[in-house]
Ligand binder design. Structure first.
Ligand SMILES: [Zn+2]
Length: 343
């Protein structure tokens, strides 16, 4: 197999068959390019403007998505593709190269916060991170109607596995989004408006939604590691979405919490912000049940060694969905998230 190095203008997402690319975006410093891997397979029933795209590596230190998509590059057979499947194992190659959340060493931006107007097209926003946005908007979005953005917690937070769909006013489309999220098999699924995943502006899945796509995002592990179930859920979620939306031939069985009926549809959530910098001590693992008012963690101040720690209290009845990963936390950091079942 050959993987061709091409410019964004040379990418062909429309002709039947499979193409494997390295897409070259100019480096702003050295004589060379950032090479973004992209594989497209177009089947006989592909409709204009429709297709499924799966992204890994939006953040450069989250690995379940890249690993799962790397496997799918070999597993998905061209003859089984009915519509259009676009696989991008590593989107922010500048961040992935250095194993960091942001494009450290290049322009330093966080790719999932720069989906703003003018990204990549105005001189003030012409670094690699903004130009990746422009690339997705101009090359990929015109040929995709389903976007799956595979995240994990990186070094920031530990999570139970979750999948979130971007809420939609149309109940039928919203229900499809929920089903796509459920098929990942994760412990929790939620609508972006449920709170836990909201408040992130400039995110890829928000941009996809703004452009009329059905958008899913996930949290599939943490700690810059590769989580066993996270990879499994990522692979399953992409394949199920492709099959159920007519892009891929085949059948698929539910797995994980989707299969055994233990999946939580989130209705409420409450997070806690660190009032001062300190060291976080979790008192529960992610996934454990807590009642509203339970002290789920403690924030210690080692400069006030003899004072009581700050009690990190669950704001709703539910389960610990996310909490700080590293012991050291900054003032203002979200250090606990508890999610409750939808009534
Ligand atoms: Zn991420």
């Amino acid at each position: 197999m050959t993987r061709d190095i091409v410019s964004p203008q040379q990418v062909d997402l429309q002709s039947p068959g499979r193409r494997d690319y390295w897409i070259a975006l100019n480096h702003t410093s050295v004589w060379g390019s950032h090479l973004i891997p992209l594989t497209v397979i177009v089947g006989p029933q592909a409709k204009p403007g429709e297709g499924l795209v799966a992204f890994g590596g939006n953040h450069g230190n989250e690995y379940e998505g890249p690993v799962a998509i790397k496997h799918l590059l070999r597993e998905i057979r061209t003859e089984d593709v009915l519509g259009r499947i676009i696989l991008v194992p590593v989107l922010n190659v500048a961040a992935f190269r250095v194993g960091r959340r942001e494009s450290t060493g290049d322009d330093g931006f966080n790719l999932n916060r720069v989906w703003v107007e003018g990204a990549g097209t105005t001189p003030a926003m012409a670094g690699i991170t903004h130009r990746i946005v422009e690339f997705v908007r101009t090359v990929i979005w015109p040929h995709a109607h389903i976007s799956i953005d595979l995240h994990s917690g990186g070094e920031v937070a530990r999570f139970i596995h979750w999948a979130v769909w971007y809420g939609h006013d149309d109940p039928e489309i919203d229900a499809r989004g929920q089903q796509m999220a459920r098929w990942f098999g994760t412990r929790i699924v939620m609508n972006s408006s449920a709170g836990a995943a909201g408040g992130i502006t400039g995110a890829l899945f928000q941009d996809a939604t703004n452009r009329g796509k059905l958008a899913i995002a996930t949290e599939l592990g943490h700690g810059s590691a590769v989580d066993v179930r996270g990879v499994r859920y990522a692979r399953q979620g992409v394949l199920a979405a492709a099959i159920h939306n007519g892009q891929l031939r085949g059948t698929i069985e539910p797995i994980g919490h989707h299969a055994d009926g233990t999946q939580m549809l989130v209705g409420t959530s409450a997070s806690v912000t660190a009032p001062y910098p300190g060291h976080y001590e979790p008192l529960f693992d992610c996934g454990e049940s807590v009642a509203k008012g339970t002290t789920a963690g403690l924030l210690h101040d080692f400069y006030r060694l003899d004072e009581d720690p700050f009690e990190v209290v669950a704001g709703v009845d539910g389960i610990v969905a996310s909490q700080a990963w590293g012991a050291r936390v900054d003032q203002g950091q979200q250090i606990l998230l508890v999610t409750g079942e939808k009534e």
